[in-house]
Design a protein around this ligand. Structure first.
Ligand code: SF4
Length: 466
C-alpha cells in the first residue's frame, strides 16, 4: 500500500475523557471522531465501571476501530480515549493508547498528547535497574514512576512521577473511580475542560465538545492536575506554570472551529493572513488558498488586501489512506489526486497562493506547477508563518533539520526552487501579534531553534519514520 506524500508537519495525538455520564464510551467515540485530524494511525478507549477498567484499541481511524458491539463492551461512567499519530515509538498496536497497567496503585490507564524529551535516558536508567517495558512509547515511563512512588495517595504519586519527566504532556488518566487531566508546566499542547449536563468532558480541542453538545468551560492550566470524581472537581498545582504554548497549533494543527489556549483558531489564522498581506502585498487578480488548511489565512489576506479570494484549487476529500498508486507512471500523482486546479478561474490570472507552511518544499513546488499549468500568468506564494528551520521535540513529527528546506536555503533560493514569481513569509513578530502573544508565552522553537527545555533526542533509537 502506498502512502500519499504530504509535505506537512504531522499532527500528533488527540485525547478525550468523560466523567459522570452513562454513555461515556459513546461520547468518547464521538469526541475522538472530532479529533481524528490529530492522529489517524490508531484509536482506543478505556472505561471504568467503578470496579475495574477495560480497554479496547486498534489500528486505523476511529470508525474503523469501533463498532456498536465493541462500544457496548466498554460500560461505565468514566472513560478516556486517544487517537494517535506516532511521534515516538513504533507504529503498531502495542504502542496504541490508552496504555493500561495494574500496579500497586491499582488499575490505571493513560492517554498522552505530546512528547517527553527525557524519556530515552529515563528508560535506559530504569531498564538498567531491571524494569521491563511493554511498549516503545515514551509515555510508559510515567507508569513506572507512578508505580514506584512511595506516596500512597494518587495525586501525590502522579506529581511524583511528573517531577521526573520533562517535555510536552497533555494527559488524561483513568482510575476506577476518577479521571485525572494534566497539562505540563509549559502547556505545549492544548487541553480543555467542558460540561455536558452533570458530566465533565476533557478534550484536546473544543471542536470535540461541539459534536456532543458539551460547552467549553476553560483550559486546563499549564502545571495543573484536575481530578474529576464523585465529589466534583479538584484542581491541584503540581508545578509552577511557565507557559510555552505551541504556536503551530494556531498556524496549522488545530481545527479552525476550535478554541485553544483561550483563542479562536480561525480568528488567529485570519489575522495571520491579514498581517501577511500587510507585510507582503502583491499586485494580483485573485487570492487562492491551498486547501484546506490555507483557507482561513487566505480569507484574511483577501480581506486585508482587497483582492478577491477564489477557490482555484479543489481538494479531493475522498482519497483514502489505502489508495494504491499505479507505480511511478505519473510523477506528482499524489498531489494531483489531492488537489485539482480550476482552469476556468486560473487561466491568465495573477495569483496570490496562500499556504500555512513550507516544510521540505517538494509539495509547494508541485502546487505552483499545477497552478501555472492551469494557465496562471504569475504565482506569488505567501506563507502564513515564518520559515521553519528547526525540528519539534514536543510531540510533532517533523523531518530532520537537514530536510527542512528553510534550514539550508535562503528565501530567494526557496522561491527559485518552488518556481514562484515572488515568495513572502510572515515575520516572527507578525505571527506573535496574530495570536496576541505579548508576554512571550508561546513556543517558537521551530522558527527560532530556541527550545524552552533541554532537548534530548526523543527515543531516537526506537523511533519509526517512513
Ligand atoms: S517547536 Fe514548533 S511545533 Fe514544536 S511545540 Fe514549539 S512551536 Fe510547536
Amino acid at each position: 500500500m502506498a502512502s500519499l506524500p504530504v509535505d506537512k508537519f504531522h499532527d500528533e495525538c488527540g485525547v478525550f475523557a468523560v466523567y459522570g455520564h452513562p454513555e461515556a464510551a459513546k461520547l468518547t467515540y464521538l469526541g475522538l471522531y472530532a479529533l481524528q485530524h490529530r492522529g489517524q494511525e490508531s484509536a482506543g478507549i478505556a472505561a471504568s465501571n467503578g470496579d475495574e477498567l477495560v480497554c479496547y484499541k486498534g489500528m486505523g481511524h476511529v470508525e474503523e476501530v469501533f463498532t456498536p458491539q465493541i462500544l457496548s463492551g466498554l460500560p461505565g461512567y468514566a472513560t478516556i480515549g486517544h487517537t494517535r499519530y506516532s511521534t515516538a515509538g513504533d507504529t503498531d498496536l502495542k504502542n496504541a493508547q490508552p496504555l493500561m497497567v495494574s500496579c500497586q496503585k491499582g488499575q490505571v490507564a493513560l492517554a498522552h498528547n505530546g512528547n517527553l524529551v527525557n524519556a530515552a535516558s529515563i528508560r535506559r536508567e530504569l531498564e538498567s535497574r531491571g524494569d521491563i517495558f511493554q511498549t516503545t512509547s515514551d509515555s510508559e515511563v510515567i507508569f513506572h514512576y507512578l508505580a514506584r512512588s512511595k506516596h500512597s495517595g494518587i495525586p501525590e504519586a502522579i506529581a511524583d512521577a511528573l517531577d521526573r519527566v520533562s517535555g510536552a504532556y497533555s494527559l488524561v488518566m483513568l482510575f476506577k473511580d476518577s479521571v485525572v487531566a494534566i497539562r505540563d508546566p509549559h502547556g505545549f499542547r492544548p487541553l480543555c475542560l467542558g460540561r455536558l449536563g452533570g458530566a465533565y468532558v476533557v478534550a484536546s480541542e473544543t471542536c470535540a465538545f461541539d459534536l456532543i453538545n458539551a460547552h467549553y468551560v476553560r483550559e486546563i492550566e499549564p502545571g495543573e492536575m484536575l481530578i474529576l470524581n464523585g465529589e466534583g472537581t479538584t484542581s491541584l498545582r503540581f508545578a509552577p506554570p511557565t507557559p510555552k504554548r505551541c504556536i503551530f497549533e494556531h498556524v496549522y494543527f488545530s481545527r479552525p472551529d476550535s478554541v485553544i489556549f483561550g483563542r479562536s483558531v480561525n480568528a488567529s489564522r485570519e489575522m495571520l493572513g491579514r498581517l501577511l498581506a500587510k507585510e507582503h502585498p502583491a499586485d494580483a487578480d485573485m487570492v487562492v488558498p491551498v486547501p484546506d488548511s490555507g483557507v482561513p489565512a487566505a480569507i484574511g489576506y483577501a480581506a486585508e488586501s482587497g483582492i478577491p479570494m477564489k477557490m482555484g484549487l479543489i481538494r479531493n476529500h475522498y482519497v483514502g489512506r489505502t489508495f494504491i498508486e499505479p507505480s511511478q507512471a505519473i510523477r506528482d500523482f499524489g498531489v494531483k489526486l489531492k488537489l485539482n486546479p480550476v482552469r476556468t478561474l486560473l487561466a491568465d490570472q495573477r495569483v496570490v497562493l496562500v499556504d500555512d507552511s513550507i516544510i521540505r518544499g517538494t509539495t509547494s513546488r508541485k502546487i505552483v506547477r499545477i497552478v501555472r499549468e492551469a494557465g496562471a500568468r504569475e504565482v506569488h506564494m505567501r506563507i502564513s508563518c515564518p520559515p521553519t528551520i528547526s525540528p519539534c521535540y514536543y510531540g510533532i513529527d517533523t523531518p530532520t533539520k537537514n530536510e527542512l528546506i528553510a534550514a539550508t536555503h535562503t528565501v530567494e533560493e526557496i522561491r527559485e526552487y518552488i518556481g514562484a514569481d515572488t515568495l513572502g513569509y510572515l515575520s516572527i513578530e507578525g505571527m506573535r501579534r496574530a495570536v496576541n502573544d505579548t508576554e512571550g508565552d508561546y513556543c517558537l522553537a521551530c522558527y527560532t531553534a530556541n527550545y524552552p527545555t533541554v532537548v534530548q533526542e526523543p527515543l531516537i533509537a526506537l523511533r519509526h519514520r517512513d
